[in-house]
Design a protein around this ligand. Structure first.
Ligand SMILES: [Zn+2]
Length: 364
């Protein structure tokens, strides 16, 4: 019986052990199952937020439970090898490879390619457009001029003095170097008797048109003034041309006369006996003739004459060839109204430019 009893005891012990094991095993399976289901559902349906919420609880509970319980002997050898190899390899490889490759490739490629291409293309295209404008215009304008071939200016320096200014200066200055004769520094000029256009305005309008044409023809141009609000005496204007070493000094004016019938253009230069610059008489006379001829031909106005006088401060102070252009009479209704039009102003400017071309073409 003892044997039987022993057998019965053994069987009972085994059964009780089995029951205990079964109960424990069932409890473990049930708990894990719930977690798995929850985990799977959460993983599948909610990608990011539930994972973050769940993983801390899962990892904390799963890893300590799995590792110590399942593999007490294997664990220390298996896990340390897995963890160090997995984590260090994953994190370093992911982060360094992603960030360095993405950021350096994106930023350097985008910025260098965009900026260099934009800026060089904009600036070169904008500047060439401006530059060709002058060369392309030059062949057309000089063609009617006799004796020139393309760039008639060829770098010659023209100083243009738009006569007068908004506010005259009645202070006196010698009318020539060392002269005892004193004249007003600068007057405000005459006014269109029918248009009311101030002479100083008309002079600057035509002077600017002349500047444009001369630049197109290859001349270099210096403007004595490009605004009405200056205070420049006639001797100071001549000095600007002298200091610049002008090849020609063109002074643009309009005329006035008590007789409103008087009309037509004329030019002025010094006499061959001028006490200050008689040596420039020949060139100034030639310049005056050429400009008067071409101006009257272009405008169809009456050609009066070249006036030789030594009473003009702006001529007497000159050390370069000079002419004063009196475009027409602002006291004559027809000319006053004509000179106020853009078309006639263009003709005057072109006529003067043609005269300058002709003057240089005639030089030996
Ligand atoms: Zn004047």
């Amino acid at each position: 019986m003892t044997g039987e009893c022993n057998n019965v005891k053994k069987v009972f012990l085994r059964l009780s052990l089995c029951v205990i094991v079964a109960v424990c095993f069932g409890a473990m399976l049930g708990g894990c199952g719930d977690r798995r289901d929850n985990g799977n559902l959460l993983d599948g349906e909610h990608l990011v937020p539930p994972l973050d919420d769940v993983t801390p609880t899962l990892t904390v509970s799963a890893e300590p439970t799995k590792e110590p319980t399942l593999d007490p002997t294997k664990g220390p050898t298996a896990e340390p090898t897995k963890k160090p190899t997995k984590e260090p390899t994953k994190e370093p490889t992911k982060e360094p490879t992603k960030e360095p490759t993405k950021e350096p490739t994106k930023e350097p490629t985008k910025e260098p390619t965009k900026e260099p291409t934009k800026e060089p293309t904009k600036e070169p295209t904008s500047t060439p457009i401006v530059a060709p404008a002058t060369p392309t215009a030059t062949p057309t304008t000089p063609t009617p001029t006799p004796g020139d071939n393309g760039q008639s200016g060829s770098g010659k320096l023209i100083v243009i003095d738009a006569g007068h200014q908004r506010k005259g200066n009645s202070e006196k200055e010698p009318d020539g170097p060392g002269s005892t004769t004193m004249k007003a520094k600068c007057s405000s000029g005459t006014t269109g008797h029918f248009t009311g256009l101030p002479e100083y305005e008309l002079n600057l309008i035509v002077s600017k048109k002349l500047q444009t044409i001369l630049l197109e023809r290859g001349y270099r141009v210096i403007m004595v003034r490009d605004t009405h609000d200056v205070d420049l005496s006639n001797s100071e204007r001549a000095e600007i041309a002298n200091k610049a070493g002008a090849d020609a000094f063109i002074r643009v004016h309009a005329n006035a006369n008590d007789n409103s019938d008087v009309n037509g253009a004329e030019t002025l230069c010094q006499t061959k006996n001028n006490p200050y610059n008689a040596d420039l008489y020949r060139l100034s006379r030639k310049l005056s003739e050429c400009v008067l001829d071409e101006l009257c031909e272009e405008c169809g106005c009456k050609k009066r004459h070249v006036v030789e006088t030594d009473t003009m401060s702006g001529i007497n102070w000159c050390k370069v060839p000079v002419t004063i252009v009196e475009m027409g009479f602002m006291t004559n209704e027809k000319e006053d109204r004509l000179m106020a039009t853009d078309e006639y102003q263009d003709k005057i400017a072109k006529g003067i430019a043609d005269g300058i071309d002709a003057y240089f073409a005639a030089q030996p």
